[in-house]
Design a protein around this ligand. Sequence first.
Ligand code: AMP
Length: 355
Amino acid sequence: MIATGGAIGILGGGQLGRMMAMAAAQLGYRVIGYAPAGDNVAADVSHDFIEAGWGDKQHIAEFAARCDVVTWEFENVPLSAVGAVPLQLLAPHPRALETAQDRLKEKRFVEGLGGKPAPYAAVDSEDDLAGAADRIGTPGILKTVRDGYDGKGQWRIASMRDVESFRFPGRPCVYEGFVDFETEFSVILVRGQDGEVRFWDSTENVHQDGMLATSTLPAAPLIADQVDEARQIAAQCAEALGYVGVLTLEFFATRDGPIFNEMAPRVHNSGHWSIEGAACSQFENHIRAICGLPLGSTDTRYEQVEMRNIVGEDALTAHELLAETGEPHLHLYGKAEAREGRKMGHVTRVANARS
Ligand code: AMP
């Protein structure tokens, strides 16, 4: 167990690190962040923040030497950087990052545990793409194997005509059949050092342009029907990875059951509602798990919950939301520039407290 006043290292400096650092401070820990120079909004709320490159092994080792435990808030932290942190300090185990950073590895891993991804094929050239689209069919989506997020590094392939005119990005990709889903949901769990697993309720997630727009409870009945199967797969993944902390798996709810989309070895945008909507948030439970503290209840506290992302210039007028009735909970991440398509904050609305 990490004692009060202990230091938690967080690799990455974005909003997930910021909200994790706030939860850590509440529990009496100091956070030391590490990320390359940039708009590291976690630094505003951290005890200390080191800006240095992922390739700077000496700085990473010095950072780690000051920490009692080291975690991450960003799944694309290079494995070589994580490797500069002594393994016994890391939680979760870096094998989770290794799996999730590679879409092919991730799909094979989940498939091996009984999960069902959309039909897919590895694609390394225009010829491969033509073959994959022919076999799997169109429409489909081509995704880079590495470094994609929020719909970036993805191309919709509507028809074979699109395949013919497509300029291959020159990086390993995976072609996926387009899933004709009814709706989307995620399973977010926390696993403690003793292997105990708790799940938050699964919200219904709506995406716009490949990016999460809203997460809502209660979710559609189809999601409620499919959550148990999805949870079983997620729990098996966590166990196989010897996972400690918060783990997220995203699913498509289809008429034929849950189809696995992707795994995030971290707290997740679709769990932000848990700050006000659940007894213990994903951020606090992640900190509790990696510090060896008892896990908190994941129970939902309201009959209705909605989390809505605030993107781009909408952040400039977001304070106006505070005038609304119903006490919306506004979270702004303090990012310097309200660029189009950039997550700037979120607002959570809750109603009808559960007794
Ligand atoms: P991803 O970054 O892979 O999570 O994709 C972001 C969003 O794009 C998903 O949440 C879906 O809304 C959509 N999407 C991704 N892959 C597929 C697919 N194979 N079929 C249908 N929609 C998809």
